[in-house]
Structures are given as C-alpha cells and as structure tokens.
Write a protein that binds this ligand. Structure first.
Ligand SMILES: [Zn+2]
Ligand SMILES: [Zn+2]
Length: 438
C-alpha cells in the first residue's frame, strides 16, 4: 500500500550504525537485524525541556530500565526452574502466596466476627461501630467473578461443532468440558471460572481466532483449557479474591487530598490523620506488591505448562505460530483502524466493508512481514513485553517449546468440522465486524 509523505525523510536502506543493508517497508519501522539499530523506534524528546525536567526524565528512564532488568531476571529464574523440570508441586512460591491470602481472608473474617460481637455490647456507640464494621466487611467480602453478559455467550445449541471441538480438546487435555464459550471483539483469549458454582468460561476473541489456521486454533483451545489442569493458582478463588480484597483496602486507605478550610488545629489533625493513612496505605501497597509478585511467578510457570499442553495437542510448530501471531496485537489494532477509516470514507460501501472485513483483516495480518514479527520478538527480549504481566515474555515461551519438541499433533481438526464451526460463527462474525468498524 503506497503512501506519500512529502515531509517525512526517506526510510534508510543502509543501517546507519553498522552499514548493513536493510529490508524496509513503509508501513513498519526500519531496523537492523545485525546490530538491532532502531529495534525500538525512539520517540524524540521535546527540545524545550528545562534542565530539571531533563534530569527528571533521565531519572525516570533509569528507574524504568531497572524495573525491566528486575522483571527480566525474575522471568528468567522462572524459565530456568520450569526448563529444569519443575512442575506445579515444585513451585513453592505459591504456598507463600496462599498463606498471605489466608491472612487477608482472616482479617475480613475477624472484622465480621468482631462487628457481630459488638452488637451484644451494652453501649450504643460501640454498636454503631459494629454496624459500620459489618458494612465494611460486606464491602471487603471475597467475591466471585461475575457471569458474563448473555450477549457474548454462545449457547451449546447455537454452536454444537465449536463446543464439540472444545469438548474433544478438554478430554485430551484432561479437563472437564467447558460450561460456556463467549466470543468477543478482542485480540485475546482466556479461561476462567465465574459465579458461586465456579462455572468455566472460555473466551475467544474473534480478531485473534479469525487469522489463525486450524492447527493454531487447536493450540489456542488446548492452551486455554490447559489452564484448568496446569496448577494455575492465580485463577483460583482463594488467591484471586484476596488480591481483590487487598486492592479494596488500598483504595479505602488512599489519603484524601487536603482541603483548605478550618483553623490551624483542624488542618494539623488532618495532616496527622493523612500521614497515618498514608503509612497504612503504603503498607497495604507493599503487601499487594508481594502477593502480586508471588502469584505472577506461579502464573508464569502455569503459562509454560499451558503452552506444553498446547504443543502436545496441536504440535510444537503450530503452538509456536500461535505465539508469533499473539505478538501482533499492535498490528491488529493498526489494521483495524485503517479498515475503519476506509469504510468511514466510503459510507456507501460500509456494508461491503462489513462483509469483507475479516478477509481484509486476516490478509493484512498475514502480510505483516517476517522482519516485523522478528522485530517484535526481539523487542520482547529487550523490553520483556509480553501479552500481560502474568505471561512470560514471548521469546522465553518460544524457547521453552524447543526444550521438548512435539512433532505430531495428538488431535486434528477435520475440514468438515472446521467448516461447521465457520458457519456457526458467521452471525457473530458479521456483528463483531460491524462493531469494530463503527
Ligand atoms: Zn546495523
Ligand atoms: Zn495462558
């Protein structure tokens, strides 16, 4: 797709750092595979910064580099442990996380019991305090994730072929059949349990599902359903709700901004109260950080195990291709924006745009050149960018797959099965295309 930027400088075809020849594409940043020049295109800072602003920016930059180095070191530790054969049982960090979660739940339970006990005291101020405590305990209660809105949920009767495939994968993986499959407009997929009955929900984002081949879709299903059997404590109710409760505590104790009114004494009291609150808030933030770190360590191990399950079901090469596609979330957003602006320009052909959306979307993502995917992969090494903080960086996930390669898939999707699923998703495909182009 040719573009003409009269003001932009021409893309270099020779690396300014090592003089190697470069493959360039106007749609993507030019970079050098030899010396990694411009791997992460630098945003030129504003030139009119004051000296103190420049120093602050430099400090922020260094702090970020330190955080990345630490995150990388931690990710490589987990990688090392899992590569050496550590399973969920060897992963001791989750025990510490579970104990911390237990303390959080005990505090909530203590608040509840104490508040109830206060109702039997013969003093009305204490009884009032008890009522407040009860309200607070109710607010902090451990919660279950809510059941998704029915609009995005596919019923078994609406998509028998998709459910049948998911059931087949679940049986091969060793998990129970999934209760609900939802289809969303996100470039993502997930597995979780919701509500009191802990029903399982498999979420498939259509923008991720559509560009995948059958083998990669199988790998995606196996990875997500694998989360049910890979010892992922993070998705468990005990730990998840403790993190939610602690987060509520954090918000409640967040010191309010100072208001300018009242006398000297009033503002002095306010300052002291705010300081005390800030201390408590800081402590809760610290606990939350430790709990997040412990569970993210356990979560990263769980991701590697889910990838290994995907490789067993769909083969290593299909799983690796899936992981490479997952790197393209940024490209997917760009493609979507471009298709949206095109369909906006030609209002008359909007319905044609909707009808052809997925074909164009898939074609454009497939056309992302190999040197751009390679850049994103190397960027995941440098910046530890990953799908999110609970996932290990993609370069480590791909490297892990290489440790125990599985050449042949355990399951295969038959062409008629794939066609039936395609037909079942047709109404959603149209609806979601319309949403994405709106
Ligand atoms: Zn170079
Ligand atoms: Zn996962």
């Amino acid at each position: 797709m040719p573009t003409s930027h009269t003001s932009a400088p021409p893309e270099p075809s020779v690396c300014p750092a090592c003089s190697a020849g470069l493959t360039t594409d106007v749609r993507y940043p030019a970079w050098c595979p030899g010396c990694e020049w411009n791997l992460s295109p630098v945003v030129v800072p504003a030139t009119d910064l004051s000296e103190s602003q420049r120093q602050a920016a430099a400090r922020e930059w260094e702090a970020q580099a330190d955080r990345l180095a630490l995150a990388r070191q931690r990710a490589e530790q987990v990688y090392g442990a899992v590569a050496a054969g550590a399973g969920p049982r060897e992963d001791r960090t989750w025990i510490a996380a579970m104990v911390m979660a237990a303390i959080v739940h005990l505090v909530t339970a203590g608040l509840l019991v104490g508040s109830v006990a206060l109702q039997f005291v013969d003093s009305w101020p204490l009884r009032v305090a008890g009522w407040l405590g009860l309200a607070f305990a109710f607010f902090l209660r451990p919660r279950f994730a809510g059941i998704p809105d029915s609009g995005s949920v596919l019923r078994r009767t609406d998509a028998p072929a998709l459910y049948a495939l998911a059931d087949r994968v679940a049986a091969a993986v060793g998990s129970r059949p999934v209760d609900m499959i939802r289809v969303t407009d996100e470039f993502n997929a997930s597995f979780n349990r919701v509500g009191l009955r802990r029903r399982s929900v498999l979420t498939l984002g259509l923008p991720l599902w559509e560009p995948l081949g059958d083998g990669q879709r199988l790998a995606l299903l196996a990875h997500e359903l694998g989360h049910d059997v890979n010892g992922d404590h993070r998705s468990g109710w005990w730990l998840g709700s403790a993190i939610t409760t602690l987060t509520q505590w954090w918000y409640v104790t967040e010191p309010a901004g100072r208001e300018e009114h009242g006398g000297v004494l009033a503002s002095l009291v306010e300052v002291v109260a705010n300081l005390a609150m800030a201390g408590v808030n800081w402590l809760i933030g610290l606990l939350l950080g430790v709990l997040e770190r412990l569970s993210s360590r356990s979560g990263q191990g769980a991701e590697y195990r889910a990838d290994a399950i995907a490789a067993r079901i769909a083969s290593t090469s299909e799983t690796e291709r899936l992981l490479r596609t997952l790197l393209l979330s940024g490209s997917a957003a760009t493609v979507r924006a471009r298709l949206r602006s095109l369909s906006g320009v030609r209002r008359s052909s909007h319905s044609a745009g909707v009808a052809g959306f997925w074909a164009s979307f898939t074609a454009e993502l497939a056309a992302v050149p190999a040197h751009e995917t390679e850049r994103l992969l190397r960027l995941s090494v440098r910046e530890l960018s990953s799908v999110d903080s609970t996932h290990p960086p993609t370069y480590l996930r791909i490297r892990m797959l290489g440790h125990r390669p599985v050449p042949a898939p355990a399951l295969v999707v038959a062409p008629e099965e794939a066609a039936a699923i395609e037909a079942e998703l047709a109404p959603l495909r149209l609806r979601i295309a319309r949403e994405l182009l709106a």
